[in-house]
Design a protein around this ligand. Structure first.
Ligand SMILES: [Fe+2]
Length: 249
């Protein structure tokens, strides 16, 4: 009887302990899952401590700890931010604006008898359109919602009076495109969208090459007054460069 009573007493005193332990463990798991859902940047690995309360035969409480390693707060849980989606849409527009601007430059050079530079600008216009379509293709694969925006009119032909004016506009256009791409990459980085970052990499390198190339041409165009005939030979080279364009980023 005594043993039975003691056993019964021990059993009844350990029941609340088991119940508390179970409750606290469930609470710890719930907190861990919730923390992951919130996507705390600093909680890529969350350590949640659950306390297990047990009762010794002398009714003395001892506290043991167990650790729960929660899942990581991954990018897939966070998803693309609204800023990223908006900037992606803007980049599509930016590429088509660039295409229109290059086309306008081609028309200006052609109408001023610079056929080589006209051919170069026309090829670049095609290239920029391909860039825009590449962004559209990627967006479709990733289910990024796209809404085409208004393309503002390119610089008017009357705004340019010399080849230098046109090349200067083109350099500014490329610098603006570089800034736009970097902003987009920053937004992708902020929400850990590594696929977008990987997609953008060739475009960043393309911008480095474009700015370097156009900066070099602009410097030579500015040298025209000191080097007779330079602009004509540059026109010839530009035509050849235009023939090689296409598909580059
Ligand atoms: Fe582009």
């Amino acid at each position: 009887m005594m043993r039975s009573s003691s056993s019964s007493s021990s059993s009844s005193s350990s029941s609340p302990s088991l119940s508390s332990s179970f409750f606290l463990s469930v609470l710890a798991v719930a907190l861990g899952v919730q923390a992951v859902r919130w996507g705390e940047p600093s909680s890529s690995i969350m350590m949640v401590t659950a306390f297990t309360i047990s009762t010794s035969s002398s009714s003395r409480l001892s506290v043991a700890t167990s650790s729960l390693l929660a899942a990581t707060a991954t990018d897939s849980l966070m998803g693309p931010s609204k800023e990223l989606l908006d900037l992606f849409n803007n980049q599509v527009t930016q590429e088509f604006i660039a295409s229109q601007t290059y086309l306008s430059a081609s028309i200006w050079f052609d109408s001023n008898d610079w056929e080589g530079m006209a051919a170069y600008m026309l090829a670049e216009s095609d290239d920029e359109r391909v860039h825009g379509l590449t962004f559209v293709d990627f967006a479709n694969k990733r289910n990024i919602p796209l809404s085409l925006q208004t393309i503002p009119a390119p610089p008017s032909l009357t705004e340019w009076t010399t080849p230098e004016d046109v090349w200067q506009s083109i350099l500014e256009l490329e610098k603006s495109n570089t800034r736009s791409l970097l902003k987009l990459a920053e937004a992708a980085n902020n929400c850990h969208d590594y696929a977008v970052l990987a997609f953008l990499n060739p475009f960043h390198m393309g911008q480095v090459n474009e700015e370097d190339k156009i900066g070099g041409i602009l410097a030579k165009v500015r040298d025209e007054n000191r080097t007779p005939g330079l602009l004509r030979s540059l026109d010839l080279v530009s035509g050849e460069l235009g023939g090689q364009a296409g598909g580059g980023k």
